[in-house]
Design a protein around this ligand. Structure first.
Ligand code: NAD
Length: 426
C-alpha cells in the first residue's frame, strides 16, 4: 500500500512509481535471504530511529534492501552511487510506494550527482552505506562533524575499499567501517557471477552484437574479470586477458585464456571490457591501434578506466548511434571506435545491474552489517572490519536452503580430526 505522506525527493517522474513497484516485487521473489532478514527486522526493529544514508545503484534490488532497513526502523535517505545507474521507476516507487526519500535521476550531471551527495549528508546520518566511498570522501573533506558522530559505515565495492584503505593508511579513519565487499558471500558471487553476466547483458543490450567468434579483451582478472572472461567464453568469444598482477595472470593462463599486454591486445580485440578499478588502463595509444569498429566498455566502478579525454582529442567527430553507443572517428586512421555507456559501468548503464538472486547475498550482508554496527556501537575500533565469519556462513546456509540444496555436516569424529594434530600417517 502506498505511503500516506510523500517524502522529499529529486527523481525523474513520480508517475513511474506503479511500474517501479512491480519490478521491485519481481526482484523480491529472487531475494529470499533478504526477505527473511526483513521479516525478522520487522519483528525486532533493531535499527529503530537510526538515521541512515544509502549511496547505492538505485535498482530493484536496492529497493528491497531499503524495504528491509525500513522494516528495521531506519530513517533512510537514498542517493545514486553513479550518475547513469538509477532506474527512474524504482526511484519513484521508493518515494511514493515505500515512503523513502530518494535523490537520484538516471543521466544526472556530475554536478547534480554531487549535489545529491551533499543533500543526503544534510540528513546527518548515524550510518552510511557507501558504494565507491563518494559519501565518505565528501564527509571527510567537507563535513568533519558528521564523521565525528558517525556510528559506522559499510562499503559495497572493491574500489570503495581502496579509498577507505588509503584513508586508514593516512590516519584519517576515525570510525568503524564494514568491508561488505570482502565478505565471501559478496565478492565470490556478486563480483564474479553478477558482474560476469550483467556486464555482457549490458554490452548486448546496448549493441545487439553476437559474441560468438569475436575476440573479447578482458582487462583485469580479479573477481569481476574472471566472471566476464568465463561468461564471454561461454558465449563463444575468444577471450584475451590483460593483467598487471603475475599471479592473476598465471591463473588466467591456466584457466585457458591468452594473456598479453594491452599494447598487443589493442589491435586484436573486437570488444574490450575493463574491470580493473584502475585509471586509464585503455589509453590514447591503445585506442590508436584498435581496428575500425572496435567496441570498448567499462564495468569497473568509476568512469576512469578508459581515457576518453585522449580519445576525444584524437577524434575528428563523435556521434551517438543508439542509446549508450557513441562512435568516435579517429583523425589519423579514420577508424571508428565505439564507446558504450560513456565509459561508466555498462551493466548498470545499459542493463539492470546484477540479477536479484546474487544481490540477495550482497544486500543480506549490507543489512546485517548495519545491524552489527548499531548493536556494537562504541565497541568497534576505528578502521576497516569484516563481518564475523559466522554471519557469512549463515548467509550462505540460508541461500542454499532457499535453493533447496542440502549439504553434509561434520560428524563429531571428523570435527575432532580436523581440530587435532596427533593423528598423521597410519
Ligand atoms: N560493474 C559492477 O557491477 C561491479 C561489481 C563489483 C565490482 N565492481 C568494480 O569492478 C572493479 C574490479 O573489481 P574486482 O572485485 O574484480 O577487483 P580485484 O581487485 O579483484 O581485480 C582487479 C584486477 O585488475 C587488475 N589490474 C589493475 N590495474 C590493471 C591494469 N592497468 N591492467 C590490467 N589489469 C589491471 C588487478 O591486478 C586485479 O587483478 C572495481 O572497480 C570494483 O569496484 C563493479
Amino acid at each position: 500500500m502506498a505511503s500516506t505522506q510523500v517524502p522529499d525527493s529529486d527523481v525523474k517522474d513520480l508517475k513511474l512509481a506503479a511500474a517501479g513497484r512491480k519490478r521491485i516485487e519481481w526482484a523480491e521473489r529472487e531475494m529470499p535471504v533478504l526477505r527473511l532478514i526483513r521479516e525478522r527486522f520487522g519483528r525486532e526493529r533493531p535499527l529503530e530511529g537510526t538515521k541512515l544514508v544509502a549511496c547505492c545503484h538505485i535498482t530493484t534490488e536496492t529497493a528491497n534492501l531499503a524495504r528491509a532497513l525500513k522494516a528495521a526502523g531506519v530513517d533512510a535517505v537514498l542517493i545514486a552511487s553513479n550518475p547513469l545507474s538509477t532506474q527512474d521507476d524504482v526511484a519513484a516507487a521508493l518515494v511514493i510506494e515505500y515512503g523513502v526519500p530518494v535523490y537520484a535521476i538516471k543521466g544526472e550531471s556530475t554536478e547534480t550527482y554531487h549535489r545529491h551527495v551533499r543533500m543526503a549528508l544534510d540528513h546527518v546520518p548515524d550510518v552510511i552505506i557507501d558504494d565507491g566511498s563518494d559519501v565518505i570522501a565528501t564527509a571527510v573533506r567537507e563535513r568533519p562533524e558528521l564523521i565525528e558522530s558517525l556510528v559506522g559505515s559499510t562499503e559495497e565495492t572493491t574500489t570503495g575499499l581502496v579509498r577507505l584503505r588509503a584513508l586508514e593508511k593516512g590516519g584519517r579513519m576515525t570510525w568503524p567501517a564494514i568491508a561488505v565487499n570482502d565478505a565471501q558471500t559478496k565478492h565470490f558471487f556478486d563480483n564474479r557471477y553478477g558482474t560476469g553476466q550483467s556486464t555482457l547483458d549490458g554490452v548486448i543490450r546496448a549493441t545487439n552484437i553476437l559474441l560468438a567468434g569475436r575476440t573479447m579483451v578482458v582487462v583485469g582478472y580479479g573477481w569481476c574479470g574472471k566472471g566476464v572472461a568465463m561468461r564471454g567464453r561461454g558465449m563463444g568469444a575468444n577471450v584475451v586477458v590483460c593483467e598487471i598482477d603475475p599471479i592473476r595472470a598465471i591463473e588466467a593462463v591456466m584457466d585457458g585464456f591468452r594473456v598479453m599486454p594491452m599494447a598487443e591486445a589493442a589491435p586484436l580485440g573486437d570488444i574490450f571490457i575493463t574491470v580493473t578499478g584502475n585509471r586509464h588502463v585503455i589509453d590514447g595509444k591503445h585506442f590508436a591501434s584498435m581496428h575500425d569498429g572496435a567496441i570498448v566498455a567499462n564495468s569497473g566502478h568509476f568512469d576512469v578506466e578508459l581515457n576518453l579525454v585522449a580519445l576525444a582529442e584524437m577524434s575528428e567527430a563523435r556521434e551517438e548511434l543508439r542509446p549508450f553507443v557513441e562512435e568516435y572517428k579517429v583523425k589519423a586512421s579514420g577508424n571508428r571506435i565505439i564507446v558504450l555507456g560513456e565509459g561508466r559501468l555498462i551493466n548498470l548503464a545499459a542493463a539492470e545491474g546484477h540479477p536479484a538472486s546474487v544481490m540477495d547475498m550482497s544486500f543480506a550482508n549490507q543489512a546485517l552489517s548495519c545491524e552489527y554496527l548499531v548493536k556494537n556501537q562504541g565497541k568497534l575500533s576505528p578502521g576497516i572490519h569484516l563481518l564475523p565469519q559466522e554471519v557469512d556462513n549463515e548467509i550462505a546456509s540460508l541461500k542454499l536452503e532457499a535453493m533447496g540444496i542440502k549439504i553434509d555436516k561434520l560428524t563429531a569424529e571428523m570435527h575432532e580430526y580436523m581440530s587435532s594434530w596427533e593423528t598423521g600417517t597410519q
